[in-house]
Design a binder for this molecule. Structure first.
Ligand SMILES: Nc1ncnc2c1ncn2[C@@H]1O[C@H](COP(=O)(O)OP(=O)(O)OP(=O)(O)O)[C@@H](O)[C@H]1O
Ligand SMILES: CC(C)(CO)[C@@H](O)C(=O)[O-]
Ligand code: BAL
Length: 279
């Protein structure tokens, strides 16, 4: 596996691959890789000639300095895992390299970013859109693979690709979970053993919400799921929303004609986790 760190190197390599007529599959990540990331990589490999994975903890998408400082960084192990999976190129720039010029461009995704992650993490999607645009220009992928775990991020990236006419296909893959239901996440590594034990309650709450929505109103079902989570003092719920799965706007009622997503974010201590299920 080729490991590149400079913008000019990745640019040159992907230009060459394009000239050779190779299809490039791209998996952008922030590293501390797990089976969720690997599922994206395997899909990228299956559908393309060459796979590129980026590992970059993007400072400009963090709204919390401690979260950035403590984000797990395991580049050597990541490189080994990627190599074993047959990834062709790992692009892992430093933040100095990525932001030689301070990025000042500002995006506004309208209603799409006024809810959930956008509402609770000011500036987050601006940082995501900035780095994803840079990565798309550098890697020049035919396909880019994202996880459903970051459902709102996927909707934002879809809008970005449409608005800026990026010539690539976006692919969204389902959430890979631990055996007890906890959505795999790099931040899970930061959980204490006590926090790790209660963390699956987040997914249980989403399942309970889904179950209750069969018979109860959105408001009633939400209250029941919130009351369930309130039983666990280690969990501090930030939001629990019933939304349209594409526009991500809150729904007052659900029916078969509308695609529905149930989304939450919660803190366990200082660790903030997100999860969702589609109805
Ligand atoms: N459990 C999962 N299943 C499938 N895809 C996932 C999973 N977790 C993350 N991804 C996807 O992997 C890509 C890279 O995500 P990222 O590196 O931020 O990992 P992460 O585990 O989501 O970390 P964290 O949530 O702690 O930031 C994103 O497209 C994300 O949606
Ligand atoms: C898409 C991404 C790699 C941009 O930094 C990040 O937000 C992530 O890992 O989901
Ligand atoms: N997986 C989304 C990146 C973030 O939490 O910043």
């Amino acid at each position: 596996m080729l490991q590149l760190t400079s913008l000019s190197d990745i640019r040159r390599h992907t230009e060459l691959l394009r000239q050779q007529g190779k299809r490039i599959g791209f998996v952008p990540t922030m590293g501390a890789l797990h089976e969720g990331h690997l599922s994206l990589l395997r899909a990228a490999k299956k559908q393309n000639d060459v796979t590129v994975c980026s590992v970059f903890v993007n400072p400009v998408q963090f709204n919390n300095a401690e979260d950035y400082r403590l984000y797990p960084r395991l580049l050597e192990k990541d490189a080994q895992m990627l190599d074993q999976e047959g990834c062709d190129i790992l692009f892992a720039p430093t933040s100095e390299e990525m932001y030689r010029q301070k990025a000042i461009l500002s995006f506004d995704f309208g209603e799409l970013e006024r809810v959930m992650e956008g509402a609770h993490r000011p500036g987050h999607f601006n940082g995501v859109a900035t780095v994803v645009s840079k990565l798309f220009h550098l890697v020049k992928p035919h396909q880019a693979f994202f996880g459903q775990k970051d459902l709102q991020q996927f909707a934002i990236v879809q809008q970005l690709v449409l608005d800026l006419s990026f010539d690539l296909e976006l692919v969204c893959f389902p959430i890979i979970r631990e055996e007890d239901g906890l959505a795999m996440s790099s931040r899970n590594r930061r959980l204490s053993s006590g926090q790790r034990q209660v963390a699956p309650k987040l997914f249980e709450a989403l399942q309970l919400l889904r179950e209750k929505l069969r018979t109860a109103t959105v408001e009633e079902a939400r209250k029941e799921a919130e009351a369930f989570l309130a039983l666990f003092p280690e969990i501090r719920l930030e939001y629990l929303e019933v939304v349209h799965a594409q526009t991500l706007q809150p729904l007052e009622e659900v029916n078969e004609n509308v695609p529905v997503a149930l989304c939450l974010a919660a803190f366990l201590g200082e660790v903030r986790l997100i999860d969702n299920v589609l109805l």
